[in-house]
Ligand binder design. Structure first.
Ligand code: COA
Length: 331
């Protein structure tokens, strides 16, 4: 029997309607379009404005998009993993609620949190279930309502992040397509540089933590930038070397969309032509767990069966890594 690999067989996506432009941000904090564009590459991001709607709203919409495109009965899904840094509520998993809402009544589900590397790690986790033969249909959703943890008076973070969701279906493949290799890393010494201080078990929420804004994301942008640039490029280069991939063999780089300069540095190290580097940061900003599946959804029509995709991500924690995957279908 040939080896079973985990292939992406469908994608879906959702972004909210409200567009937060650089121009609008100029009216909120001391910043300008030129600064944001040259430092980050971001022009606009989407924001989920409606009250009472959390990350599950985004996840459910992305999953429904996938189900419709694939014409898939949700009852066939075995497992739903929601990669997110912004769960609906604490303790009760967003994935469980999402699975129920989309009608995946035969699935179990759980959330996976690794900041901006959440989706990459979730693909690895989902693929392991498929490769083992234990499950046949695993739905991986990357979803984040970053606007729920952003301080819109802090110009160092509010210009970067946006809301969105994307989903992929993983299924067994016996043609040698799908996930080929992964190189995932983490380093806990990085947690000081990008975090939400309060609301967890070390510093539970209180009137004082809220007054100090400790429930918002804070980052040391310069340090995060430095680590992201070198580590994302390192892992992408490593995965190419150990799979004997030259820059000509790589059809697409699927990089986490945190900053255009980080993406370009990774692509340069891989010696990739710019036409192979997927980017939509200008439209969505950094949607954390959603960046990679949003790219897959936006560029799906350009992928051909057998194309070599290299994913690379870096995030808080620190967490980072790269995945090499062979695309499994023509749209
Ligand atoms: N508009 C205008 N000026 C701003 C600004 C803004 N939105 N934010 C910061 N500045 C100012 C700073 O106050 C500083 O001014 P000073 O020199 O007078 O002190 C100057 O611009 C440079 O700030 P600095 O933080 O050094 O800018 P930078 O080139 O490092 O860019 C980031 C800032 C946040 C864009 C960049 O560090 C970054 O992208 N970091 C990684 C973030 C990231 O990817 N996070 C998610 C992890 S996946």
């Amino acid at each position: 029997m040939s080896k079973i690999s985990a292939a992406i067989t469908a994608v879906g996506a959702y972004v909210p309607d409200f567009v937060l432009t650089n121009k609008l941000l100029e009216t909120m904090v001391d910043t300008n379009d030129e600064w944001i564009t040259t430092r980050t590459g971001i022009k606009e991001r989407r924001i989920l404005k409606e009250e009472g709607q959390g990350t599950s709203f985004l996840a459910i919409e992305a999953a429904k998009d996938l189900l419709k495109k694939k014409n898939l009965d949700p009852k066939e899904i075995d497992l739903v993993i929601v990669a997110t840094a912004t769960p609906d509520i604490l303790v009760a998993s967003t994935a469980v609620y999402t699975a129920t809402q989309i009608g995946a009544t035969n699935a179990f589900g759980y959330d996976l949190q690794a900041a901006c590397s959440s989706f990459l790690y979730a693909m690895s986790t989902g693929a392991a279930y498929i490769e083992s033969g234990r499950y046949k249909k695993v739905l991986i959703i990357g979803a984040d309502k970053m606007s729920s943890i952003i301080d819109y008076t802090d110009r160092a973070t509010c210009i970067i992040f946006g809301d969105g969701a994307g989903a992929v279906l993983l299924e067994p493949n016996e043609e040698g397509l799908g996930l080929q290799d992964e190189y995932l890393r983490s380093d806990g010494q990085g947690r000081e540089f990008l975090k939400i201080e309060a609301g967890g078990s070390i510093l539970p929420p209180s009137k004082e933590t809220v007054e100090k804004g400790q429930h918002f994301v804070h980052q040391d942008g310069k340090t995060v930038f430095k680590f992201a640039v070198s580590n994302m490029a390192d892992v992408a280069e490593k995965i190419m070397t150990r799979n004997n991939l030259s820059h000509e063999d790589v059809d697409w780089l699927v990089p986490h969309q945190a900053n255009l300069r980080i993406i370009d540095a990774t692509a340069n190290r891989m010696k990739l032509d710019d036409s192979k580097v997927l980017k939509n940061i200008q439209r969505y900003g950094n949607t954390t767990s959603a960046t990679l599946p949003l790219l897959l959804s936006d560029f799906e029509k350009q992928f051909k069966k057998g194309d070599n995709l290299v994913f690379a991500a870096f995030g808080g924690g620190f967490t980072w890594g790269s995945i090499y995957l062979k695309w499994a279908y023509n749209s």
